[in-house]
Design a binder for this molecule. Structure first.
Ligand code: S6P
Ligand code: ZN
Length: 188
């Protein structure tokens, strides 16, 4: 496909929609198989209505090399046996950076390079920087509200979800009495 012509996109501040809109992806709990620590609790919640965990609404900019796509991820509040709802998480196989801009709610950005763990708090108007070579997962750390953010990323970077199944994130995020708790686990 030829490069795009210049155009503008409107971010509707009340609905948090991108206009014009591109494809929307919906991830239900059943799409997050093998990712939550408590497998039995995950299975029970899948059997009991399989709730939507998050949606990803893309702009019309395609994921092709040299283009710069954007999308808005909205994560519902919720947990599986105390482990807060999150995105699948991925590594970009072509090591390139990415930014997230918080739009609503309270989020966490869990980053893992295979050795080091970082956890950034993302609230409205805060930008999180994801350097090349860091896998990233977003967590809704708010108890009642959606967490939404805008992502801007290189279109040729690709998405490796298998890396996460193999390496994990080095830590999990739970609802604690005094807010979200990051619990790291021993590395293999
Ligand atoms: C893309 C960027 C985000 C995520 C989205 C869903 O590079 O990091 O748009 O795709 O937050 O997460 P995931 O891990 O299911 O793709
Ligand atoms: Zn990414």
């Amino acid at each position: 496909a030829p490069p795009l012509r210049p155009f503008s996109i409107r971010l509707d501040r009340s609905s948090l929609e991108l206009l014009p809109a591109g494809p929307v992806l919906t991830r239900r709990l059943s799409d997050l198989e093998g990712l939550f620590a408590d497998e039995a609790a995950w299975r029970a919640d899948v059997d009991n209505g399989d709730p939507i965990v998050y949606t990803v609404a893309s702009s019309p900019v395609p994921e092709t090399a040299t283009e710069l796509p954007q999308s808005i991820t909205r994560i519902r509040p919720g947990d599986v046996a105390g482990e807060l709802y999150f995105t699948k998480g991925h590594m970009h196989p072509v090591a390139e950076g990415e930014i997230y801009l918080g739009l609503e709610g309270e989020g966490g950005l869990l980053l893992f390079d295979g050795t080091d763990i970082e956890f950034l708090e993302i609230t409205p108007d805060r930008i999180g920087y994801i350097p090349p070579g860091w896998a990233h997962r977003s967590v809704n750390v708010g108890s009642n509200d959606d967490y939404s953010f805008l992502a801007v990323y290189p279109g040729g970077a690709g998405h490796d979800y298998g890396w996460v199944l193999e390496h994990g994130f080095g830590a999990r995020v739970y609802a604690g009495a005094a807010g979200a708790e990051l619990r790291s686990y021993p590395q293999p």
